[in-house]
Design a protein around this ligand. Structure first.
Ligand code: KIV
Ligand code: ZN
Length: 546
């Protein structure tokens, strides 16, 4: 295992997709989906996975624990859990993280005057007392403790120095500086990090980390300035997902450090021409991980997004195309292959057997149980019959579609539509309900998808507002599969659904039902919780620790 000081000569990548990223509206993931993402993050080579906030809910606790068990293995990433600076939070995080070989508790308390006055209702002195007490408490469970002064970007630097000094003296091995509200500019953020390096007497005993939100679109620029001033850990998320405008995007930070290595090397005390990578990330896994996170969270990546957007490597203007044909370097600063955007190879066909299918999935990093594998293989056969040649991207879409359907409470048995420019779009659906009944209903709509959704609504009967519907083709060509992403809102909360199929009407129906299943599961969960509250005898605290 690498120690903190050994790691300090390169940049530590701390991924918080499963914690801060999952806080984005509608990005809620099941435990299985979180595990799939955690495995992909481990393959990507992140140093630390912040797997969740164990005290927040039994689901979060279970996810952190499972990730600790299955991904927190020897030579694997450190698994981290978030905890407010309270004993209950810290104890629960410690319990969830126990199975990991390398585990970290990340505890935080706000330090800005505005948070102290209105949120915490605490004085500066109280904060100065709580921080060392809670860091020491976390240290009684694990060696690796991270402390964050929340809203550091708007905190008084002199007060921040005192808090950090106490946190380090109590055992914090990483001090993380969050720009919680995405307020600072690169110059200010760099100066803040420099100030910490120069004014916190024991700062050499901890790694300086940065965390930031993208409210002004400055998070990545702020982090790069922080690196120049001494930060050695970057807290980021895949595709930049996260609270409000999101977090700093992992792929942008990693590729900036990769492409501009000669510029950043001297800030880490290396010769400018050193070829030693600045991070541990296998950049060839970036594109795959980005698509996985987008498919599973339902958060579509904008086409012009840096590094992983659909247009990031395509040249539209004639002048650019001509230049690239003559020499790629004219308009390209990095190779599409360096992020794993390979030419879309044909990997399997209609005659490929279960073994070839399974082997390719393992190579792509999927670990499916027997039922998932059988279901995915059946889907693969269906698609191969229609498409003849199946690429990695098709495989990925088929498998994500299978995983994404859980929990399958309402199940689509069939959907049929009739439409055209001389008919009224009409849809018939046959749906199996959670109690096993098979219900058939039909509806007309403004178009075939509208008709399908109206027919599904007649069966499921949960009023909701559709806020996003997107169809994208998985590969090129008229016979390509279509990926549908849905987001719907119910009582202020957003639920996402995803499906891929060669028939976009079927994909639309399955994606919609997927989102409705999530909504239904949440409503059922709420119902169960309120039943427990009215009957204290059945009230068990799943987080209670003996
Ligand atoms: O944005 C923030 O301040 C956070 C902390 C918990 C690190 O997410
Ligand atoms: Zn945050």
């Amino acid at each position: 295992m690498t120690t903190q000081s050994e790691r300090a000569d390169r940049i530590i990548i701390f991924d918080t997709t499963l914690r801060d990223g999952e806080q984005s509206p509608g990005a809620t993931l099941t435990v299985e989906e979180k595990l799939t993402i955690a495995r992909a993050l481990a393959r990507l080579g992140v140093d630390v996975i912040e797997a969740g906030f164990p005290y927040a809910s039994p689901g979060d606790f279970e996810a952190v624990q499972k990730i600790a068990q299955t991904v927190g293995i020897e030579n694997g990433p450190t698994i981290c859990g978030l905890a407010r600076a309270t004993k209950n939070d810290i104890k629960t995080a410690a319990e969830a993280l126990k199975p990991a070989v390398n585990n970290r508790i990340h505890t935080f308390l706000a330090t800005s005057d505005i948070h102290l006055a209105y949120k915490l209702k605490k004085t500066r002195q109280e904060v100065l007392d709580i921080v060392p007490e809670m860091v020491a408490y976390a240290k009684s469970f694990v060696n690796d403790v991270e402390f964050s002064p929340e809203d550091a970007g708007r905190s008084d630097p002199e007060f921040l120095y005192q808090v950090l000094e106490r946190a380090i003296a109590a055992g914090a091995t990483t001090v993380n500086i969050p720009d919680t509200v995405g307020y600072t500019t690169p110059g200010e953020f760099g100066a803040l990090i420099r100030g910490i390096k120069e004014n916190v007497p024991n700062i050499d005993q901890a790694i300086i980390s940065v965390h930031g939100h993208d409210d002004l679109g400055l998070a990545v620029a702020n982090f790069l300035e922080a690196v120049k001033n001494g930060a050695r850990q970057l807290e980021c998320t895949i595709n930049g997902i996260g609270e409000r405008a999101g977090n700093a995007a992992l792929e942008e930070l990693v590729m900036a450090l990769h492409v501009r290595r000669a510029y950043f090397n001297p800030f880490l005390g290396r010769p400018a021409d050193s070829t030693e990578p600045l991070t541990n990330i296998d950049t060839k896994q970036i594109y795959y991980t980005s698509r996985l996170v987008s498919d599973l969270t339902g958060m579509v990546v904008q086409p012009n997004k840096a590094i992983v957007g659909a247009n990031a490597f395509s040249h539209e203007s004639g002048i650019h195309q001509d230049g690239v044909l003559k020499n790629k370097l004219t308009y390209e600063i990095m190779d599409a292959e360096s992020i794993g955007l390979t030419h879309n190879q044909i990997v399997l066909g209609k005659l490929s057997g279960r073994n070839a299918f399974r082997t390719r999935l393992i190579e792509l990093g999927f670990e499916l149980n027997d039922t998932e594998l059988n279901n995915a293989f059946l889907r693969f056969k269906e698609v191969a019959d229609k498409r003849k040649e199946i690429t990695d991207w098709d495989l990925e879409a088929i498998v994500n579609d299978e995983i994404r359907q859980a929990p399958e409470l309402f199940r689509l048995e069939f959907v049929q539509v009739s439409c055209g420019d001389h008919s009224c779009p009409t849809a018939t659906v046959n749906i199996r309900t959670p109690d096993g009944q098979e219900l058939i209903d039909a509806a007309i709509g403004t178009g075939p998808v509208d008709a399908v959704y109206k027919a599904i609504n007649r069966v499921v009967n949960i009023p909701n507002e559709l806020i996003e519907f997107s169809v994208k083709s998985v590969t090129e060509g008229i016979d390509a599969m279509g990926k549908v992403t849905i987001r719907l809102r119910y009582e202020g909360k957003v639920y996402a659904g995803y499906s891929a199929n060669t028939d976009i009407i079927v994909a639309s129906a399955r994606a919609y039902l997927g989102a409705l299943n999530r909504l239904y599961a949440a409503l059922e969960h709420k119902k169960q919780s309120s039943l427990k509250e009215t009957n204290p005898q059945t009230q068990a605290d799943p987080l209670a620790i003996a």
